[in-house]
Design a protein around this ligand. Structure first.
Ligand code: SF4
Length: 272
């Protein structure tokens, strides 16, 4: 399949998947967001063609049964990954919707999961593994800015340069000696879920920096659907001068101007 045929295949598959998700989930995208999403998928093909062409096993279901939490609850770990075998090397990939900058800055959050999947692959399946990586599908800030600048100046080179620099694959180290610790932390989370401990993190946590100069509140909470009923986020928001001077602005915070326009366009399109 040449590049043009592949792009046509991507467009058709994208449309098919979008329609399916729209009918199943009842959510639509505005034409502009849909166009950007399709571009992002095509950029992935351009950037990760070597990975896509060498995938030997897709959607591999990994299961680690008979685990026990610190409180003695039995549980099973299950995950789905893709595996690539290329030039005598076998690499396991897990796809995440966060952007690559975020994943790189928070590698620790992914190490446990990927190490456990690698452990299952190597011990239960008894197959060698040379590495694991996250494929981060979110758009980085650099890429977003380059797209805007490229559009405003009509200069495609800006986007091409940014695409060149963009690296969506983030390798994660495998450390067999840490498996026990990772499994224990999984068990702690299982206990918390079963005991219905769902309290939000502390105000210190959401004020902490997790990506360059961005705090958890800006990078995560601003995109969280639960933020209007979250006590920690409320405390954070009411500490700002804007909300403390005008408390209604807290409930009017539906994202950026562009996001609001997109939401209105999508809703109007639905009703036509
Ligand atoms: S707003 Fe959402 S992400 Fe942020 S602390 Fe509250 S529940 Fe967690």
């Amino acid at each position: 399949m040449n590049n043009n045929e592949m792009f046509q295949f991507i467009e058709e598959s994208f449309e098919e998947n979008y329609e399916l998700l729209r009918l199943e989930g009842g959510h639509s995208l505005s034409p502009q967001v849909k166009k950007l999403a399709l571009e992002q998928v095509k950029n992935y093909w351009k950037k990760l063609r070597h990975v896509a062409e060498n995938v030997s096993d897709t959607e591999v279901r990994l299961t680690l049964p008979q685990q026990s939490t610190p409180s003695g609850r039995p549980y099973t770990i299950q995950g789905v990954v893709d595996v690539v075998k290329e030039d005598d090397r076998t690499v396991m990939y897990d796809i995440k919707t966060q952007d690559a900058d975020f994943v790189r800055s928070n590698k620790k959050d992914y190490e446990g999961q990927l190490n456990i999947y690698a452990h299952v692959w190597q011990s239960v399946r008894e197959q060698e593994l040379d590495g694991t990586s996250i494929l981060a599908t979110g758009e980085t800030q650099g890429l977003r800015r380059a797209k805007q600048r490229s559009f405003l100046t009509n200069n495609d080179n800006l986007l091409e340069e940014a695409l060149e620099e963009w690296e969506p694959e983030v390798p994660i180290d495998i450390a067999d000696e840490r498996i026990e610790g990772y499994l224990e932390s999984f068990g702690v989370v299982v206990d918390k879920i079963e005991e219905h401990c769902f309290e939000a993190p502390s105000i210190e946590k959401i004020n902490s920096k997790i990506l360059g100069n961005k705090t958890f509140a800006v990078h995560v909470c601003r995109n969280c659907d639960a933020r209007f009923s979250c006590d920690t986020y409320k405390e954070y928001a009411f500490n700002s001068s804007r909300v403390s001077n005008d408390f209604l602005s807290f409930y009017e915070d539906y994202g950026t101007e562009q996001e609001r326009v997109e939401q209105i366009e999508t809703t109007l399109e639905e009703e036509v």
